[in-house]
Design a protein around this ligand. Structure first.
Ligand SMILES: O=C(O)C1=C[C@@H](OP(=O)(O)O)[C@@H](O)[C@H](O)C1
Ligand SMILES: C=C(OP(=O)(O)O)C(=O)O
Length: 428
């Protein structure tokens, strides 16, 4: 795609927006709907490229999935009715598809080959492969089976007890999904809480899952189809929360946004920085909280962001870095070394991009230090084909003195296909 030139927004942002469905919940709805017996209807599904990869994976395994706008109908005969795919499965750019599918494919009693795009091929898979091998699957691949492409001879799994060495919901979920196929009980111990959508949805599909303190246990009981409503994605809403917080005079309401506690670190950060933010119409369906977020412009204070809050806002850190350039004083982000292993090295991409625009940002090994009160001049930036970096730069362009030129914005289709339409709608 050609580069995109964005001019500063001369208006305050105003209005009401419904952001697209949550990416993490959408992936899990396809996976559990495909593993369950019966018809699963999914509403407000995210039709972003990553979630379409998960759909394609199950189509190759023989599941009937109908996509009607943002509604899905998944018709499946359950766990034991999948067929060996005749072609390799392509995971595209999606870490969640890759890691969760490796858990599923490990349980299926046949051969599969899988691969991804250049970014995904450089992201570590050993974090899921090690526990899956302990459960008994045979996985081979590049660099001793640590990276895609991978070949799996699945089946014959036994339960394990596994303590997560990384703060990763993808690793936790891969093991729990493999546990659906394993003899005996599978136990995952997570010292730091990560997003718990898999646990919530497994319960809704009738899985034999129990959670006690930091230990999640599951056995191989079959799943039963159920309907799933996908709340708006707080990671997508975060771009508009920050936009409203930094463009003087703005006031935005974001409707039906997911408010699961394991994801609301961005709201805690905005609140601690002094933002004018409120939540209304709170509801809960199948363990997932959601509601409306209203936020308006206010001058904020820099803070320190580290420790257990990091997994609760890991994908929001690029846009939080932009927010911090406009606060009073310094913001320090730490304990976020996982940022280096996302679609691109997000520490380097954020530091380079914001510096190009005129901010003062220093990288650290596990985060960054951001000077507040920056005047953003504008300039050319690189998205590194990372949707969250592209959208962060687009939001930055609202407050720059001159235009921002982003090399390529096609990656927004990964998680937010209508991002630019929504931005235009609240900016005019
Ligand atoms: O489980 C999930 O849906 C996700 C978990 C997180 O990754 P990690 O598990 O690698 O932390 C997050 O960054 C990713 O966007 C989605
Ligand atoms: C890291 C992300 O996704 P994934 O790991 O699924 O590629 C993301 O959406 O920011």
């Amino acid at each position: 795609m050609k580069d995109m030139k964005l001019s500063p927004c001369s208006n305050a942002l105003n209005g009401i927006l419904q952001v697209p469905g949550d990416k993490s919940i959408s992936h899990r709805a396809v996976i559990l709907g495909s593993l369950a017996k019966g018809t699963t209807k999914v509403t407000h599904f995210l039709t972003g490229e990553d979630c379409l990869r998960t759909i394609n994976a199950f189509k190759l395994l023989g599941v009937d999935i109908e996509v009607d706008n943002t509604t899905l109908y998944i018709r499946s005969n359950g766990l034991s009715h999948f067929k060996e795919p005749i072609e390799p499965i392509y995971f595209g750019n999606s870490g969640t598809t890759a890691r969760l599918m490796l858990g599923v494919l490990s349980g299926l009693p046949f051969f599969t080959a899988s691969y991804g795009d250049a970014s995904l091929t450089s992201r570590p898979m050993d974090r899921v492969i090690i526990p899956l091998q302990q459960m008994g699957t045979s996985i081979n691949g590049r660099s001793n089976g640590s990276y895609l492409p991978l070949a799996i001879n699945g089946g014959g799994l036994s339960g394990v007890q596994y303590t997560l060495p990384v703060k990763s919901a993808q690793v936790k979920s891969a093991i729990l999904l493999a546990g659906l196929f394993a003899e005996g009980t599978t136990e995952v111990i997570e010292p730091t809480a990560t997003r718990n959508h898999s646990e919530n949805m497994l319960k809704a599909f009738g899985a034999d899952i129990s959670i006690e303190d930091t230990c999640i246990s599951i056995t191989n009981q079959p799943l039963t189809a159920t309907d799933v409503f996908v709340p708006g994605d707080i990671s997508s809403a975060a771009f508009f929360m920050v936009a409203a917080a930094i463009v003087p005079g703005s006031n935005l309401t974001l409707k039906n946004v997911g408010l699961n506690f394991t994801r609301t670190g961005i709201i805690d950060v905005l609140t601690e920085m002094g933002a004018s933010i409120s939540i209304s119409n709170k509801q809960t369906i199948s363990g997932e909280d959601f509601g409306d977020i209203t936020i308006s412009y206010k001058k904020l204070q820099g803070i320190v962001i580290n420790g257990d809050i990091i997994p609760r806002l890991i994908d929001e850190l690029p846009i939080i870095a932009l927010l911090a350039t406009q606060a009073e004083g310094e913001t320090v982000i730490g304990d976020a070394e996982e940022l280096r292993l996302k679609e691109t090295d997000r520490i380097e991409a954020v530091v380079e991009g914001l510096t190009n625009l005129g901010a003062e940002v220093q990288p650290t090994k596990d985060g960054m230090m951001i000077e507040g009160n920056s005047v953003l001049v504008g300039g050319s930036v690189n998205s590194y084909n990372d949707h969250r970096i592209a959208m962060m730069h687009a939001i930055a362009s609202l407050i720059t003195q001159n235009e921002v030129v982003i090399d390529d914005v096609s990656s927004v289709a990964i998680s937010y296909p209508n991002f630019f339409q929504d931005l235009t709608s609240v900016c005019s």
